[in-house]
Structures are given as structure tokens and as C-alpha cells.
Design a protein around this ligand. Structure first.
Ligand code: INI
Length: 155
């Protein structure tokens, strides 16, 4: 059986954007740190990594569409934090962000990952932003790296 899968390494040529929601930036800044660290540690060239900031998770799909249409990026890693305690619109914002990222990503044919945290409490968000449950920003960037390599394996 031939297994087709992506490696977890970059050669420094890949142009990647991170789109980050500023809302709950105490959390999302940590996600960006994790994603940046994963990119560099796995062979990425930091000069080819852009950080695009948007007000909140709701705006991520709009910026994602623009970033992909620009043709400047091989892949985009989306980060944000929607916390139930902070908004009566939790379900609306988290659903729109998730649906928008998936729809725009599918239509682009390029790797897109969803590192938008959706948690009930700020404590749960902290746990996923570099403490006991790891860093979901780093995980979202590892997904980008694997999918970039998988796509080239499949060409
Ligand atoms: N945006 C987030 O990214 N996380 C949140 O928890 C949040 N809350 O709590 O409201 C949030 N709201 C802002 C939203 O994403 C938009 O920026 C805003 O509605 C303007 O379109």
C-alpha cells in the first residue's frame, strides 16, 4: 500500500500568512507566537511569513478571501479566540468564522487552517494558548506545513 502524506518540514520558499483576530488579544497574541515558532522551527523563512490583523474572528473569512485572491500566499493560517463568556453572540460569531474559513479555503484550492479557539471560558482559552493543553496556534501552523507538503505529493 502506498501511503500519501505530508512531511512536517519547509524548505524556506513557502509564503504563508497568519490572519489573527485582535479580539481577546491576550490569548490570540500567544497563538501567533506559537504559530510563528512552529513555522521557523520547521524550516520556514520568517521573511516570507506575514501577519494580517483583523478586529475579530468574524472578519477572518473576509481577510482570508482577500489574502488568497492576492496570489501572494501559498497557504493561510487563521487564528482567533471566541469566548462564550465574552459575548451573547458566541454561537453566531464562532459559526460564521468556522463556516467562512472552510468555504473560502475550499474554493481557493490552497491549504487553509482553522486555529480559532471557541471556548466556554477564558480559562479554557488560556489552557489552549500555550499552557497545559498546548498551543493551538502552533498546531494550526503544523497543519499548514503538513497540507502544503501533502498537496505537492498529490500533484
Ligand atoms: N470576536 C472574537 O474574535 N472573539 C470574541 O469573543 C468576540 N466577542 O466576544 O464578541 C468577538 N467579537 C467581535 C466580532 O468578531 C467582530 O469583530 C464584530 O462583531 C464586528 O464585526
Amino acid at each position: 500500500m502506498n501511503i500519501v502524506e505530508g512531511k512536517l518540514s519547509l524548505d524556506g520558499s513557502e509564503k504563508v500568512a497568519i490572519i489573527n483576530g485582535r479580539f481577546n488579544h491576550i490569548i490570540t497574541d500567544r497563538l501567533v507566537e506559537g504559530a510563528r515558532d512552529a513555522f521557523i522551527r520547521h524550516g520556514g523563512d520568517e521573511n516570507k511569513l506575514d501577519l494580517i490583523l483583523v478586529p475579530g474572528a468574524f472578519e477572518i473569512p473576509f481577510a482570508l478571501q482577500k489574502a488568497l485572491e492576492s496570489g501572494k500566499y501559498d497557504a493561510v493560517c487563521c487564528l482567533g479566540a471566541v469566548i462564550r463568556g465574552s459575548t451573547p453572540h458566541f454561537d453566531y460569531i464562532s459559526a460564521e468564522a468556522t463556516k467562512g474559513i472552510a468555504t473560502v479555503g475550499l474554493n481557493s484550492g490552497k491549504p487553509v487552517s482553522n486555529g480559532v479557539l471557541t471556548t466556554d471560558t477564558i480559562e479554557q482559552a488560556i489552557e489552549r494558548a500555550g499552557s497545559k493543553s498546548g498551543n493551538k496556534g502552533a498546531e494550526a501552523m503544523l497543519t499548514i506545513i503538513e497540507m502544503l507538503n501533502l498537496y505537492s505529493e498529490m500533484n
